[in-house]
Design a protein. Structure first.
Length: 219
């Protein structure tokens, strides 16, 4: 959504507070991300500021179809949908083969944020619910020349960061670990596929055996 806001010259309004493990109460995105870094490239405000500016509640915006383009994730899944920027290339364009390659396996709609009706006219683009938007390049296609894709990557790299306190905590932990080690990001129990849940330690060992060297420290 940060990339969408940048490419359409919009202000990104962060979602309402949400509950996120391990915090016992609702938190805002500014609790996790460095808003000053984000705001250096894209105008970003929190939902409370947006609500106070327009004096409309979250539920009011959801109902207002005259001012809002509703972009529901179930209607634009990244596995099927393509946002072509700055526009969908014509068939005789040298960029068209690249566009076709990006569409391999995708059977859903093609949008151009600059030219699709509603994207520019509506004051608000509303993405309901807290559904992961995944990486922008799963949705967006850019011409292979011109550097737009590199610029989008650079924008994320330079401006979307965790708050400094999280880096400090991670650095403190790393300072106590051996100089050379390997690690596994092991999220047992929250995978969406039943056959990946509750894997036994032996199964994890067997699956990753060829990735490590004998004697490695694994965390």
């Amino acid at each position: 959504v940060y990339t969408m806001a940048a490419l359409t010259n919009r202000t990104l309004v962060l979602p309402v507070p949400f509950v996120q493990y391990p915090y016992p109460t609702s938190i805002t995105y500014s609790h996790v991300y460095d808003l000053q870094h984000m705001q250096a490239a894209v105008p970003v405000i929190e939902y409370k500021e947006f609500r106070d500016l327009f004096e409309k509640s979250h539920s009011d915006w959801k109902k207002d179809s005259n001012l809002v383009v509703h972009c529901d994730w179930k209607d634009i899944p990244y596995q099927l949908t393509t946002f072509a920027y700055p526009e969908v290339p014509k068939q005789d364009s040298p960029d068209y083969p690249s566009f076709l390659q990006a569409r391999v396996g995708k059977t859903g709609s093609v949008y151009s944020p600059q030219f699709t009706p509603g994207f520019n006219e509506a004051p608000v683009l509303y993405f309901p619910d807290h559904v992961v938007f995944t990486h922008f390049y799963a949705w967006f296609w850019f011409p292979p020349s011109g550097g737009l894709f590199t610029q989008a990557l650079q924008r994320i790299k330079d401006h979307v960061h965790f708050r400094q306190e999280f880096w400090d905590i991670a650095s403190a932990i790393l300072s106590k670990l051996p100089r050379n080690f390997s690690s596994i990001h092991y999220r047992r129990g929250d995978f969406q596929y039943a056959d990946q849940r509750n894997l036994s330690p032996q199964k994890v060992f067997d699956n990753t055996f060829n990735l490590f060297n004998e004697g490695d420290n694994i965390y």
